[in-house]
Design a protein around this ligand. Structure first.
Ligand code: FES
Length: 277
């Protein structure tokens, strides 16, 4: 077993130091030559035997040249660069690649190819689907609200909904009309005895016309338009006969749907029209 530096003395110690210096210089020369041959930094070489073998003499020289009393300070140097163990055939084992030299899988792939990775593609697709679902839901809500706004639902007994009128209360054709202020219609019977619900609003500019018993007809107080008890235009600035609501008969009940208004015929087509000479 070789003697340590601390066990040598005199010329033997000097000779040992000289040998170690020669080893260090030779190892440095080999490392430099290897670096120049490969063109890569010495720290990135993974399996180069020369570079891997370089730390051996250095660690050995440092360990042997230090006095025995300084043994406690060795761990500060030796753990930093552990000498690679020789393989069975005398060759040094490849030094593990430094962490900085290992390729970062995803970042490196993206940087090299420029294409998104699988995980990024999934995240992007998820965002697209999420935005699409949110947009679809918003569109559906807007559509439903628009439909309800344009076609509001009304309950029976309020204007816009249905009114159930007993057939026995409908005036006869030769009787005055029966007004329904809540439903905004006049209930009458035409010449054929059929029920009819006249909308209470004048077809000229929207005034509420009145029943004039003395003339047995409707007259508008605003501009003087006149209509028969059946709602036909007689005279005045109104452009058409009175509007009316859709009615249906179920048994002995007349159903007036104030949500379905039917426009009156043009004044020129009214059979009761008075043509001024
Ligand atoms: Fe009725 Fe003008 S609003 S005639």
């Amino acid at each position: 077993m070789a003697e340590t530096m601390s066990e040598l003395s005199g010329d033997a110690r000097e000779q040992r130091i000289a040998e170690l210096k020669a080893k260090m210089q030779a190892a440095a020369a080999r490392a430099k030559a290897n670096q120049e041959a490969t063109g890569s930094p010495a720290g990135e070489s993974v399996s180069e035997p020369a570079a891997a073998a370089e730390p051996a003499p250095v660690a050995e020289a440092v360990a042997e040249s230090a006095p025995a009393a300084d043994a406690s300070a060795r761990p500060a140097v030796a753990p930093a660069k552990p000498a690679p163990r020789p393989a069975g055939n005398g060759a040094t084992a490849p030094r593990p690649a430094p962490a900085a030299a290992r390729p970062a899988p995803k970042a490196a792939e993206k940087a090299d190819s420029g294409a998104p990775t699988v995980s990024e593609m999934n995240r992007r697709e998820f965002m697209i689907y999420a935005w699409g679902a949110a947009l679809g839901l918003l569109t559906l809500e807007v559509g439903v609200l628009s439909y309800l706004f344009m076609y509001p639902r009304f309950r029976a007994g309020e204007f816009g909904g249905q009114f159930f009128v007993p057939e026995s209360t409908v005036p006869a054709s030769d009787s005055p009309p029966d007004g329904n202020p809540v439903g905004k219609f006049w209930m009458v019977s035409n010449e054929e005895g059929e029920p009819k619900a006249l909308y209470m609003v004048c077809t000229h500019l929207g005034c509420l016309y009145k029943w004039e018993p003395s003339a047995f007809r409707f007259e508008c107080p605003c501009h003087g338009s006149k209509f028969t008890k059946d709602g036909y235009f007689i005279e005045g600035p109104a452009p058409r006969s009175l509007d009316y609501f859709e009615v249906s008969v179920e048994g002995e009940t007349i159903i007036v749907d104030t949500g379905r208004r039917i426009t009156g015929d043009p004044a020129t087509e009214s059979p009761a029209r008075i043509i001024e000479a």
